[in-house]
Design a protein around this ligand. Structure first.
Ligand code: HDE
Length: 704
């Protein structure tokens, strides 16, 4: 093709408008200096500002000859492309990020001088990044995994990063064990798999030799690690931090995020299928919610306690494998976070954002939790490697939104141009160079430290099983069955029998019934001996706040209903069900065998939001089947239709069906129960759609 035949590219196409939830595009595109005379677009240029005449063809010696080395345009473009990737995060590589604000509703003035926690009504901008842990940046959104929950508050006194997880405890007690934990869970080094999965030998081998991980293991095996939406997870700062007031007095604090939509998880079989149906399930959900103005929201709550109170707890709060039950120290809601703006650019913001637990502001300080202490080193170090320069704070997503400055200089990618001859402090040569702030500047809490130096674990960290037991006994029977089944699934993937046995041994220290169920699920035959516990296992009072089912909200807001239609469907029934679900707050999507739509009984054409084969019922919280008898017959040989109804039933979802819909249910051998209702009773459908039909589960799968 000769140059003149070129048709695509920089030519005359308008920029795509697209559904964009951006509300505050910061960057009016550069390049206005290069307007083509009479043209409507800015000129496409090299990075040196040279306008391009042709972006489709490289420079050839002749039309069929070699490409010339002198083609600086080709070289610049390809070289830049070659360097587009930066090292992905060693953990938490896969994520969704969004902008928003934190609004304080309750002052913590008595406890802290941090203005972000004392100025009621103040809206502090935030950037929040929610991640999986084990998988690479291109892995799916829905493995069984912990979710990272990192919030950067751009406060008036500098950036405060609250870098937490959706589980309030962690696997290990000391930072020195972290590289081993992560190496064990990541893909095995000789084979390069499994990706984003803990169900393999090296993870469970490490866990079997690390009894302190047992509490976290209970959480990870629960449906907490299978969230329905990132908008429906809790967040926890995990460690105890300190709040420090004007008088220099400090109080311990644990931070909690509570989702407005309540908690909701998927179930394992559903999660596995979602991964295939939509690898970006969570990212898309957040994008669509923000685009629709249904802004994800969380309350920020704190647990406050003194050193003396902590001394009375039956565990050590400096041990990150322990939580403080809400029944012991109640949660106090102090504000809310709303995520209302999708990033302008995924790489510039979600990828380049650099969180560090060491980023605190005056009035917030650290505790001696040895895991936290290690994190204070790790995150800054990892940013140096990922972003390649100590100037990463100058990248817009990382830069404080308050004035900042010091005498640090130079380095790679220095974007500032300091003026004058002063690059040190103190100095007497400059009147306006930055100085210390003795009154308002950051001061560490004056905590007395005594005792002997040594590589030791505090005796108060020795109890590894009591809170694991408390978590398990606090769950509903359905949730307990899911935990037992998850353990059976994961351990069934472990090739080494001694590792399976060792885990079941630990479970015996947690709950004998759980251990028996898992032992039976693995067909162990003889139950292994429980290892000696380093501290007596205590029976702590059950804490219903640890459940998911107990925290599910009676609402369809944030949830989705899928309506399966085909040629001959009744339009009036479709509209009735659509209205009922929409009125109840659900997002409704029409699914049809062909994306162009279906010819309804009255002859009209109804467009579909999704094609049946590509829009399985796992993408919805409840489904309606509105079909003619003829269509039900046609769909009887359509695997996607059979899976649609079988999965909806198997995943414990409400199903509304008209006569044709019922016929399809029969063809698919799907049973009947209180969650399967006629389309004439919208109220019954909506009520059933707000929950899952938990009692159905025993009729559809064998749980441990
Ligand atoms: Fe992290 N962790 N971590 N972690 N972590 C990182 O920092 C580390 C831990 C958490 O969205 C890394 O920027 C050590 C607990 C989140 O960008 C790295 C230890 C908790 C994120 C790192 C822990 C977390 C990270 C990798 C044991 C919950 C993603 C990339 C002492 C409270 C933040 C990066 C984002 C990321 C180290 C344990 C949460 C390597 C050494 C406990 C949410 O620095």
């Amino acid at each position: 093709m000769s140059k003149n035949e070129t048709t695509s590219g920089s030519g005359r196409r308008k920029r795509e408008a697209g559904p964009s939830p951006h509300q505050d595009p910061q960057s009016a595109a550069g390049g206005e200096l290069h307007q083509i005379a009479g043209g409507e677009h800015a000129a496409l240029t090299t990075n040196q500002g040279v306008p391009l005449s042709d972006n489709q063809n490289s420079l050839r010696a002749n039309p069929r000859g070699p490409t010339l080395l002198e083609d600086f345009i080709l070289r610049e473009k390809i070289t830049h492309f070659d360097h587009e990737r930066i090292p992905e995060r060693i953990v938490h590589a896969r994520a969704t990020g969004a902008h928003g604000f934190f609004e304080l509703t309750e002052s913590l003035e008595a406890y802290t001088r941090a203005r972000v926690l004392t100025e009621v009504g103040e809206k502090t901008p935030v950037f929040t990044r929610i991640s999986t842990v084990a998988g690479g940046a291109g892995s799916v959104d829905t493995p069984r995994d912990v979710r990272g929950f990192a919030v950067k508050f751009y406060t008036k006194e500098g950036n405060w990063d609250l870098v937490g997880n959706n589980i309030p405890v962690f696997f290990i007690q000391d930072a020195i064990k972290f590289p081993d934990l992560i190496h064990a869970v990541k893909m095995e080094p000789d084979r390069g798999f499994p990706q984003a999965a803990s169900a393999h030998d090296t993870f469970w081998d490490f866990i079997s030799l690390t009894p302190e991980s047992m509490h976290m293991v209970m959480w990870v095996m629960s449906d907490r690690t299978l969230p329905r939406s990132l908008r429906m997870i809790e967040g926890f700062g995990v460690h105890s931090f300190r709040l420090v007031n004007d008088a220099g007095e400090s109080t311990f604090v644990k931070f909690h995020w509570r989702p407005k939509l309540g908690l909701q998880s998927t179930i394992w079989d559903e999660t596995v299928k979602i991964a295939g149906a939509d690898p970006d399930f969570h990212r898309r959900d957040m994008f669509e919610a923000i685009a629709a103005g249904a802004f994800p929201e969380w309350d920020l709550a704190v647990q406050l306690f003194t050193e003396e109170e902590a001394d009375g707890f039956p565990f050590d709060h400096l041990d990150a494998t322990k939580l403080i039950p809400e029944e012991l120290v109640p949660l106090k809601i102090i504000g809310r976070m709303v995520l209302d703006r999708w990033p302008n650019n995924f790489f510039a913001e979600t990828e380049q954002v650099a969180y560090c637990p060491s980023h605190v502001v005056p009035g917030i300080d650290f505790s001696n939790d040895p895991l936290l202490q290690g994190r204070l080193l790790s995150y800054h170090d990892t940013q140096l490697s990922r972003l390649g320069t100590p100037n990463f704070h100058q990248i817009p997503i990382n830069a404080p939104k308050c004035p900042f400055g010091n005498q640090q200089r130079d380095g790679q990618m220095q974007m500032e141009q300091p003026v004058g001859r002063i690059a040190y402090e103190p100095n007497s040569l400059s009147e306006d160079s930055p100085r210390e702030s003795p009154a308002g500047g950051f001061r560490s809490a004056a905590v007395a430290e005594t005792g002997e130096k040594g590589r030791v674990r505090a005796e108060s960290f020795a109890d590894h099983y009591s809170q694991a037991r408390q978590f398990y006994v606090s769950q509903t029977a359905h949730e307990q069955a899911h935990i037992a089944s998850a353990l059976v699934f994961e351990l069934s993937r472990v090739e080494h029998l001694h590792v399976r046995e060792a885990i079941v041994g630990h479970l015996r220290n947690i709950d004998e019934d759980l251990a028996q169920r898992v032992g039976a699920g693995l067909a162990l035959g003889k139950m292994p001996k429980a290892p000696a516990a380093a501290a007596p296992v205590q029976d702590m009072a059950p804490s219903p706040a640890l459940q998911i089912i107990g925290k599910m909200k009676d609402t369809l807001t944030g949830r989705a209903v899928g309506i399966l239609i085909a040629d001959g469907s009744d339009g009036a029934v479709i509209e009735k069900v659509r209205k009922a679900a929409t009125d109840a707050g659900a997002a409704v999507k029409i699914v049809a065998p062909k994306v162009g739509g279906a010819n309804l009984a009255d002859g009209s054409l109804m467009a579909a939001d999704g094609q049946l084969a590509g829009t399985p019922s796992v993408l919805f919280d409840a489904v309606a089947l509105i079909l003619s008898a003829e269509a039900a017959k046609t769909l009887s040989t359509e695997g996607a239709a059979i899976d649609f109804v079988r999965d909806a039933f198997g995943h414990l979802k409400a199903i509304a069906a008209d006569k044709g819909g019922q016929a399809l249910l029969e063809i698919a051998h799907v049973g009947q129960d209180a969650g399967v209702v006629g389309t004439s009773d919208e109220d019954a459908f909506i009520a059933a759609a707000k929950t899952r039909q938990w009692d159905r589960e025993k009729s559809v799968r064998t749980l441990a």
